[in-house]
Design a protein. Structure first.
Length: 300
């Protein structure tokens, strides 16, 4: 892990020699600048973790230097500790109004200053860690949303994956529903391209990879099947919300929908809260009306 870096801006840095030595012994990399212009030259090359800024300097004082840092987007978030011999309340207020995170008076009590620097460095490290975590979470959300978008087109797909011996390895929810409806098993479907019962016909498409027979994928398609959850995506719903709404339209209660979708009733309750907001309705009856119209439009 690299050392944290502190930029000391003081027109007489030799007066802070003991402070700088103590900071280096505490594991801090110390850089020196004798003026605001010199400090900006340093900042143009690298970004420190903290700035220790003297207030009383000839020409451009510490307040002006701090203002220039806050005016630059690249340096705006840099924490600044003001260092001054003036121990007046109004001076401290001005320092904090200028954007300082702390204020230390001279003569400096070295252990105190080192402790204050350490606190600010730890706060900055924690803040950066939180920003990285948030960025990671945002990336994860983006990935999940992308996966959800890809799955959106598969809501009404019945897919079965079998091992060589006919063992079921994977099946979508619709595939399970169709196999239950037609009273068949995955293994029984591998030897046919059509399965017919009094209520309908199930077409079976078989996919294999040339040169391999360890896995078999079956795509099941019910002829003249009624529209399913995917037809409701046009209402502005997520794929999961579309599934919940579909079963609401079938007259199912939240606990029943939870059982069907393999989710807890509380999870379905939360989905319903967002669905009401998304559709701009207040009750299940309104959802059923909107859903029925959409499904009727798709099937016609």
């Amino acid at each position: 892990m690299s050392k944290p870096t502190l930029l000391v801006v003081d027109d007489t840095p030799a007066n802070l020699g003991v402070v700088c030595d103590a900071l280096r012994e505490a594991g801090v990399r110390v850089l020196l600048a004798e003026s605001g212009a010199a400090a900006r030259d340093v900042l143009a090359r690298l970004t420190p973790d903290l700035v220790l800024l003297d207030v009383m300097m000839p020409g451009e004082d510490g307040f002006a230097v701090c203002a220039s840092l806050r005016a630059n987007p690249a340096w705006r978030e840099l924490p600044v500790i003001f260092l001054t011999a003036v121990d007046a309340p109004e001076q401290k207020v001005r320092a904090f109004e200028a954007g300082a995170v702390d204020y230390v008076t001279k003569p400096v009590h070295v252990p105190e200053l080192v402790a204050r620097v350490r606190v600010q460095l730890e706060l900055r490290a924690a803040r950066q860690a939180l920003e990285r975590k948030n960025a990671d979470l945002e990336a994860e959300v983006a990935i999940r949303l992308d996966a959800e978008a890809q799955l959106a087109t598969s809501l009404d797909r019945a897919v079965v994956v079998l091992a060589r011996d006919g063992t079921l390895l994977f099946a979508t929810r619709l595939a399970h529903d169709l196999m239950a409806k037609f009273g068949t098993t995955p293994a029984a479907l591998t030897g046919t391209i059509r399965f017919t019962i009094a209520d309908g016909t199930l077409n079976v498409r078989r996919f294999t990879e040339p040169g391999r027979d360890d896995l078999v994928m079956l795509a099941l398609e019910e002829e003249h099947a009624p529209p399913g959850p995917a037809a409701l995506l046009s209402l502005g719903l997520t794929p999961r919300q579309a599934e919940v709404v579909y079963w609401v339209a079938q007259g199912k209660t939240n606990p029943e929908i939870g059982t069907i979708l393999g989710a807890s009733p509380r999870t379905i309750d939360k989905h319903m809260e967002r669905i009401f907001e998304r559709l701009g309705v207040e009750n299940r009856a309104s959802i059923i009306v909107a859903t029925a119209e959409r499904l009727r439009h798709v099937s016609s």
